[in-house]
Design a protein around this ligand. Structure first.
Ligand code: C5P
Length: 411
């Protein structure tokens, strides 16, 4: 069910005895990597408490339509836009009837009307109510609504809570989650844990001053976004930048090279691909003054010490992930980059020529050559977003070969 990684599922729970199974459904969806928010009808709250669903989903539960406070937080339109999929489970006969009439008299029905996301219903009701002609007509009517994509999951047949036997049981929560996963395409990096470092580092001199560089973070941020689009669970370890982080990415803010290393090592146990796009300061001041350094003579001497190499430390670690570095060079770009590939024990390095003023460091465009032990591939100048997508495709291919090779070596 890797397809559910990073997907946003809005789970609508309506009033029926199967509502207790929705707690398990939230767990299954979360386990598969989805971000879940819950909207409950008043009937649902008679069967299961919002607190249970809040604890399991990790998000506040939504209920009221006409509550100014709730609308100020995340109102029905925001919820409708937020969702990649609107899943109603259990969907009661009454709810299906209200939906088929286009009613918008509570939060869940208004979200259903307002969303452009696909919708799925997992009906749950007494077998006679399910077989009833009106319920069947309502389902048919919903399936024929133009412009909406509606899926019906189940119902299952068997023994019911009321003692009847027949169709009307809500499908098993794991099966509902699997059906949800089938609605999404699987990306090249589906379910992979990937870490990206980005931006500059700041090396403090005293409480108010630091040494840094002009890195904008744009390339690393674009890589993080492209990896997420490809289905990866992304952690972005970022130095201070002035751009917004992509959505659905776990962001760790750091300042110095040593903090970046510490944060990277923390991610290592669950990291399968590490991409180092940060412009890490090679040296830091030996001493950080406790007080602001005073203006005195005409010159000042600073003693600097070498910073740890983040990407090399990760690539040489016994738990090393597939590791990709970047190399900004001003001459003999490919030769220097290949040297760094070997020296730092990387699986791939992305080299670019920073002597060119039209592309690179602070610009929106970049050109690059990706180099790995057995080959290389050049990318002409293009937007950093497009380049990031193409690099992620290549990284996914190389990673696939790397894991296939590790498996063969283990056999
Ligand atoms: O050696 P150089 O700085 O050219 O190597 C660049 C690559 O190494 C980049 O991927 C950069 O993020 C990484 N790097 C690092 N830690 C350092 C220096 C560079 O991770 N201290």
């Amino acid at each position: 069910m890797q397809q559910l990684t990073n997907k946003r599922i809005l789970l609508g729970i309506t009033g029926g005895i199967a509502a207790y199974k929705s707690a398990e459904l939230v767990r299954s969806l979360k386990k598969a990597g989805a971000d879940v928010r819950v909207v409950m009808t008043s009937g649902a709250m008679e069967f299961i408490t919002p607190l249970t669903l809040q604890a399991l989903s990790g998000n506040p539960v939504h209920h009221a339509l006409l509550d100014p406070e709730a609308e100020a937080g995340m109102g029905h339109i925001e919820l409708a836009k937020w969702a990649d999929l609107l899943l109603i489970a259990p969907a009661s006969a009454n709810f299906i009837a209200r939906l088929s009439q286009g009613l918008g008299d509570d939060l869940l029905t208004t979200v259903c009307l307002a969303t452009e996301a696909p919708m799925a219903l997992a009906p749950a009701m007494n077998q006679a109510m399910w077989k009833d002609g009106t319920t069947q007509q309502n389902i048919e009517r919903l399936q024929n609504v133009k412009g909406k994509s509606l899926h019906i999951f189940g119902p299952d047949a068997g023994e019911q809570a009321c003692g009847d036997v027949g169709p009307g049981r809500m499908l098993d929560p794991d099966l509902i989650a699997a059906h949800c996963a089938d609605l999404f395409e699987s990306g090249l990096l589906a379910g992979i844990n990937l870490v990206v470092t980005a931006g500059p580092t700041r090396e403090a001199l005293d409480p108010v001053r630091y040494i840094s560089n002009h890195s904008s973070g744009k390339m690393g941020y674009a890589i993080a976004e492209a990896a997420r689009e490809a289905g990866a669970r992304v952690t972005l370890i970022t130095g201070p930048v002035n751009i917004s982080a992509p959505e659905r990415v776990n962001v760790e803010c750091v300042s110095s090279a040593r903090e970046m290393l510490e944060s990277s090592l923390e991610q290592l146990p669950q990291c399968q691909i590490f991409i180092a796009a940060a412009a890490v300061a090679d040296y830091r001041p030996l001493n950080i003054a406790n007080q602001k350094i005073k203006k005195s003579g005409d010159t000042i001497e600073l003693k600097m010490v070498k910073n740890p190499d983040v990407v090399a430390t990760i690539a040489q670690h016994e738990q090393r992930p597939f590791t990709v570095g970047f190399a900004a060079e001003t001459q003999d770009v490919e030769d220097y980059a290949r040297g760094k590939l070997e020296k730092k024990n990387l699986d791939m390095i992305v080299a670019n020529d920073v002597s060119r003023t039209d592309i690179g460091f602070n610009s929106d465009e970049n050109a690059a050559t990706a180099i790995w032990p057995e080959g290389q591939q050049a990318f002409a100048a293009m937007s950093k977003t497009t380049l990031a997508r193409q690099l992620i495709d290549l990284i996914a291919q190389r990673y696939q070969q790397y894991t296939d090779l590790s498996r063969t070596n283990e056999d």
